[in-house]
Design a protein around this ligand. Sequence first.
Ligand code: PMP
Length: 360
Amino acid sequence: MTLITPQPGIMEIALYQGGKSKIAGRDDVLKLSSNENPLGVPPGAQAAIVAAAGQVHLYPSTDHAALRGAIGAVHGLDPERIICGVGSDEVLQFVTQAYAGPGDEIIHTEHGFSMYPVLTHMTGATPVRVPEAGRRVDVDAILDAVTARTRMVLLTNPGNPTGTLLADEELLRLADGLPERVILVIDAAYAEFAEGYDGGAALATERPNVLMTRTFSKIYGLGGLRVGWGYGPQEMIDVLRRLRQPFNLSELQMAAAEAAVRDADWLRDCVALNRDQRARLTGALRQLGLACDDSETNFVLARFADAAEAEAADRALQAAGILVRGVGGYGFPEGLRITVGDADQTGRVIAALSRWREGG
Ligand code: PMP
């Protein structure tokens, strides 16, 4: 037996299973498995990367001031209360690491983002999985699960893979119901697609225990570049900064993200495209007899009769060169999560599923 053992909780971590990106023997794959932006990279962001490329012999700025300033200006938030990370994953890691350890509990909901138990185990704390009700976050179930050991609630809103949004009143009820010593993290990776929703920004402005996390990976088309941010009470941000590596973001990342967040036309066009194609896809799936909640994100969760039927549909989609995400690991063996694409891509998905339904 080896004398070298990892910290408690590390061996509980299941390795992350990302969306597949290849189908053997095909070079025309349509990847709708990771909720990426069908319009690609914002043109200004691409130009900013090229412009910054000639300076990568220099270390990047350590304080992210320009990017935080741009995010703050666009969102109407205090840049001093913003922290940037390598994807929102890293910001979630800062907050879990800073405030939880062995003996503590971190609550997440039944279908919450798969990284939450991983991040919890990394700290040595225990993940507590709370049921949802009809694919919606259940505020009472969360409040009932709070114990003296609870340090944090990690909430995906809107949800992934459910696509449902916890209404503002319910979010407020959750924040009001939690003891102040428990941090509420509102992971709003898909907030821009839920029109009228602020991602929890107002709560994070007012409350001493609420952190909002956001990402450039979805609406801003920069998933491959890895940039995310968090916004919360000054005291909490000052704590998280201590955990951040001084050069966690390169100038390429910061320049691209700054160009993207300043591009209001991009945001508007992406929201509109997603709204239209999401409605079209949802309607078509229902016409094919599949169950499908209204989504507030850039993906739709299609529910089949059972796991076997979902697997058969997945095989038919793959035969048509389309990759979607099986979500058995999220508690939906009968489900497939399909990213909303552009008009052509959505047409391909609908055509492939229609052929499958007709037995063709
Ligand atoms: N939260 C949720 C709910 C997500 O779906 C994702 C990405 N799949 C993330 C956070 C992490 O995103 P990123 O690290 O790319 O910002």
